[in-house]
Design a protein. Structure first.
Length: 298
């Protein structure tokens, strides 16, 4: 897989002059012209990208799925996400692209916390939509970043990283607002989520069960795992994995209290390959082993 390793290399591929800072850049999308290069057919960036875009067009591919690049105003990608661009359809439109290398975060708290911003794992079709005021707030931050690296000194990195962190925190607020304002659509997603889990546990066929996973459910819902977990957390207070564990324990308690199945058979029935893994999770969630729980009914 081809890799775009540096900010400088990315500038060249967009027909832009050398960046003023080697590890961070704010790019005016209206000035970008994609070079004809085979790299666009399949590549990964080695840096973070935050795109605040208007009138953008084209198709971008993540893995095996195509997404409309013009969906939403704000979108995020993390380092090493596989991408494919169709140059015949792509138009940058206007707006700004903030890119920064992971090395720029070193020795700053953001290096340890950036992974907590789930939207870096969202697909482009799950992009953030902004009000005019929200968009203006982010534009002001991008302008401050662009101005700051024009005169590099010992304070530059700390000031820019503070602005990046502010932008990410604003984006986190805006995503949570979007989850709430899209209440009707999200309600249907929550219903579908519950139906998938219930269908899994109500399946009475003898076919071996695979343990229900976050990735499996997210795939069935055509959402990224992080987006689904953030959606659930906003509306229910629990992420996807917590919901799965809650349902696993509920089904295990039902079988322990109403059947004579062995612990191993129950573990197998709800998707565990090893009874010990089931017993460990059960005790962690209930403060009792499966056998101790069963004995309370005898």
């Amino acid at each position: 897989m081809n890799a775009i390793k540096s900010i400088s290399e990315f500038h060249k591929l967009l027909s832009l002059p050398e960046p003023r800072h080697p590890l961070v850049s704010v790019i005016n999308l209206a000035e970008c012209i994609f070079l004809e290069d085979d790299i666009w057919k399949g590549f990964v960036n080695r840096f973070y990208c935050v795109a605040l875009k208007r009138e953008a067009k084209g198709k971008i591919k993540y893995g095996q799925q195509h997404y409309d690049y013009d969906k939403g105003v704000l979108s995020f990608t993390a380092p090493n996400q596989v991408q494919h661009l169709d140059l015949e359809t792509v138009e940058c439109g206007s707006g700004d692209l903030l890119i920064f290398h992971p090395d720029f975060l070193l020795k700053h708290p953001l290096a340890n916390t950036i992974h907590t911003y789930g939207f870096f794992s969202y697909a482009v079709n799950e992009a953030l939509h902004l009000s005019a005021q929200e968009e203006n707030d982010l534009i002001e931050i991008l302008q401050k970043i662009d101005k700051e690296y024009s005169h590099i000194d010992k304070h530059t990195q700390g000031i820019i990283l503070s602005q990046i962190e502010l932008l990410l925190n604003y984006s986190k607020r805006f995503y949570e607002r979007q989850f709430i304002t899209r209440k009707n659509n999200n309600h249907q997603l929550l219903i579908k989520f519950e139906q998938i889990i219930d269908s899994y546990f109500n399946d009475v066929t003898d076919a071996p069960k695979q343990l229900l996973t976050v990735n499996h459910i997210a795939g069935l819902m055509n959402l990224s795992p992080n987006y689904l977990s953030d959606l659930l957390r906003v509306h229910t207070g629990q992420n996807t994995q917590q919901h799965i564990h809650e349902k696993l324990i509920e089904k295990a308690k039902e079988k322990l209290s109403t059947t004579n199945l062995s612990i191993s058979e129950i573990a197998y029935a709800i998707g565990f390959e090893h009874a010990q893994s089931f017993s460990t999770l059960f005790k962690k969630k209930t403060d009792m082993s499966p056998m101790e729980f069963r004995q309370t009914f005898n």
